[in-house]
Every structure is written in C-alpha cells, then in structure tokens.
Design a protein around this ligand. Structure first.
Ligand code: SAM
Length: 285
C-alpha cells in the first residue's frame, strides 16, 4: 500500500493547471510555515493541488527567472500509475516479492529505478559494469539481464546472507556467468580492480552502499570507468533532507556536500533525476 498526502480542497486565489481548466482555485499547502503571505523567498518551490480531479499536485519554481516552470509532483496514485507502466521482468518481480519480507527491503531500488539503470546500460552498450551495494540483487539482476552474454558485472557487497539471495536469483535467471560477485568491503574490491590494471576499462557503475562513503566510491569509480562511461549515484535526495537546511546530521551533510561538489566537478557532465530517492547520472568527460 502506498502512503502519501491526501488531496486537499481548493481554496486559494493562486492558480493551478487543473483548477484553471475548471475555473476554480487551488490551495497552497507547502511549505506553509515558511511562507509570508504574499511573499515567498526567492527560489522557493510552491506545491499546489486541487481536489477537483484526482490529478497530482505540481511544484512551481517561484524564481521568476525559471518562468514559473511547473513540474509534476508524485502522489501515491500517480506513482502507482508509473509502476503499472514499468516492464518488470518476472524474475525481478519474484525477487522483489521475496525481498519484501526481509530486513532492509526498503533499501532495494524501485522497479522504475531498475528500469532506468537497465536502459542506461543498453544505451551505452555497456559490457563491463560495477555495482557497489548489491543487497539481495534487484538492481544487479536488472543490469545483468540486459548485459550481452560476454558482459560482466562486478557486484560488491559485504553482507554474505544478502549475496546468497542475489546469487540464487542470478542462477534462476541464467545470468550467473555474467556476475562476478565480490564479498567484502567494496573499497577493498575497487582498489583491487585498480591494482589489477583495470582502470579506465569499465562502461558503467552504480553506487548504492554506505552513504558516507559515496564520495570515496565515486572517486575510485571515476578512475575505473572509461571516458564516456557512466556512474549513477543513488539516494542523492536523501528523503528530501538535502533541501532542508535545518537537517544537518552527518549523512545528510555528506550527501548535500557531495551533491555540491559533483555539480562543480568539471571531470563529469551530470543530471540529477528525481526518481526513487534521487539518482545522479554522471558521464565521465
Ligand atoms: C541500499 S543497499 C543496496 C540495494 C541494491 N542496490 C538493490 O537494489 O537491491 C546497500 C547495500 O550495501 C552494502 N554495503 C554497505 N556498506 C558496504 C561496504 N562498505 N562494502 C560493501 N557493501 C556495503 C550493504 O550490505 C547493503 O546490502
């Protein structure tokens, strides 16, 4: 069951798309505590929604220089719709369902995220991939399924019990010959790849492990991927905490700082995508 905000009734004089169509008024419901009536801080986003139709709220950049650009905001029903449009292979569905009852199941990427990862691998024509943070294997299985038979995915995780589930599904899917499972600390594995002369030889990497290590993983993965290769980093929006300057715990700070440094990093081109908990796609220049 998906959880989220219930729809609100329209009561404001501000306009929104669905209300404009019906000549009614929407409600401003976020972030009410931070808004001075009639005046919003520059760059602040406003979420508006209306109860006339079961449509999603949308977010508007309140900075005039963005031309009041309106962006869709997910609701449970809209997310359900997105999920219903994912082509999830049956083996991934089975793994997702088995993982759902396990501790840490919320850690696995969502089906729409896995589909994006697989799509990137296919667009790149990737043959050599690395995953940092395998858990029970959902994202690695999605990638492994679209790799050519000659492809290889180095799958790093320190948790043997999770890896056992992952390996069982690689077998079931008939792709275990493409997956090089490395049990242990991911940084040790990545360093061993460098020592083995594999720098600049990988096409694609996905980082989804210990968040405070993300920057270290990124640096070593940047050595391991070739020019034009892609590194995808998960959880860059960190449940939205990165945008709340009142939240300053160590993990949030490290992700917020990492995001800022990535944006300033001219070794890569990048795109931050609000999918799942936020993913940044980095292409090595
Ligand atoms: C968010 S989960 C990965 C989810 C996975 N990508 C999926 O879609 O199912 C993070 C995983 O990283 C692993 N991990 C955390 N720190 C690690 C480290 N230092 N070395 C290796 N694995 C680590 C954990 O054991 C856990 O399985």
């Amino acid at each position: 069951m998906l959880r989220g905000a219930a729809s609100l009734s329209c009561s404001s004089s501000l306009s929104c798309l669905c209300c404009a169509r019906r000549r009614q008024s929407p409600v401003v419901d976020f972030p009410p505590s931070r808004l001075t009536p009639g005046r919003r801080p520059r760059g602040c986003a406003v979420v508006r929604r209306c109860s006339v139709a079961p449509s999603a709220p949308w977010v508007e950049a309140d900075d005039e220089s963005y031309g009041n650009k309106q962006v869709i905001s997910l609701t449970p029903s809209l997310y359900r719709y997105i999920l219903s449009n994912v082509r999830e292979p049956q083996i991934l569905q089975l793994l997702r369902e088995e993982t759902a009852s396990l501790r840490g199941s919320q850690m696995q990427v969502s089906p729409d995220q896995a589909q994006l990862l697989a799509m990137l691998v296919q667009i790149l024509g990737a043959e050599r991939c690395i995953e940092v943070g395998v858990y029970t294997g959902y994202s690695s299985l999605a990638v492994g399924l679209v790799l050519p038979d000659s492809g290889r995915l180095v799958a790093c995780d320190r948790d043997l019990r999770s890896l056992e589930v992952a390996q069982r599904y690689y077998e079931l899917a008939g792709i275990s010959h493409k997956i090089d499972v490395r049990h242990g600390l991911a940084m040790d594995t990545l360093k061993s790849l460098i020592r083995d002369g594999e720098a600049s030889s990988y096409d694609f990497a996905f980082v989804d492990a210990e968040k405070r290590m993300t920057e270290d993983y990124f640096e070593i993965l940047l050595q391991l991927v070739r020019t034009g290769g892609v590194i995808v980093v998960d959880n860059v929006l960190w449940h939205g905490k990165v945008a709340d300057l009142e939240v300053n715990d160590k993990k949030t700070l490290s992700i917020r700082n990492f995001n800022r440094r990535l944006r300033e990093d001219d070794r890569i081109s990048l795109s931050m995508v609000p999918i799942g908990d936020g993913m940044t796609i980095c292409r090595k220049r």
